[in-house]
Design a protein around this ligand. Structure first.
Ligand SMILES: [Zn+2]
Length: 178
């Protein structure tokens, strides 16, 4: 695969194997980072204070969260590629997961990011919901991302991603959450 943000920046970062939560947006792929910043500003402009909670996540941390039942996905997730971010509210100076997060769904959609509240497909029932999560990768595209054979370019829009049916079926069969 051609050089990309994952191989050039993430794989070389000293925090590549970090077990700790990372909220540094410099480990978000640049387009994802810009869109996350837009979402944060837009939320604040409508009176909802939010913060970036987690950006990059190592495979070791993914495994740790899996054993702690925080995530349903054991091996890898979109966070590992710098293409996903968790955004939470700020209430009284503290992070908060309480209340309605549908605003994040609306802001994600306008930013062309997939929201974990509906995974880009509100018409379908999802067994796993992650209302604090946004990602710049269509769910159906995850298998090739995880396989290392694809990485989004700057113009990629997950809402316009036409994944061949075979990939979509594989994704549906293997998907258990983020
Ligand atoms: Zn997430």
């Amino acid at each position: 695969m051609a050089a990309n943000f994952y191989s050039d920046v993430i794989a070389k970062d000293t925090r590549f194997g970090s077990l700790a939560r990372i909220d540094d947006d410099q480990l978000l792929e640049p387009v994802t980072r810009a869109l996350v910043q837009e979402i944060v500003s837009a939320a604040r402009s409508i009176g909802i204070d939010v913060m970036v909670w987690e950006t990059y996540r190592s495979q070791a941390r993914q495994e740790l969260l899996f054993t702690q039942h925080v995530t349903k996905l054991r091996r890898v997730g979109v966070h590992h590629y710098g293409l996903a971010c968790d955004i939470v509210k700020v209430v009284g100076g503290e992070p908060s997961w309480k209340g309605d997060f549908s605003f994040l769904g609306q802001l994600s959609k306008s930013a062309n990011l997939i929201w974990g509240g509906d995974w880009g497909n509100p018409a379908v029932h999802h067994s796993f919901i992650d209302e604090y999560h946004v990602q710049r990768c269509a769910v159906t595209r995850e298998p090739v991302l995880f396989a290392g054979s694809w990485y989004p370019d700057a113009g990629y829009n997950p809402y316009k991603d036409e994944v061949p049916v075979l990939f979509a079926n594989v994704a549906a069969a293997t998907r258990k959450g983020q």
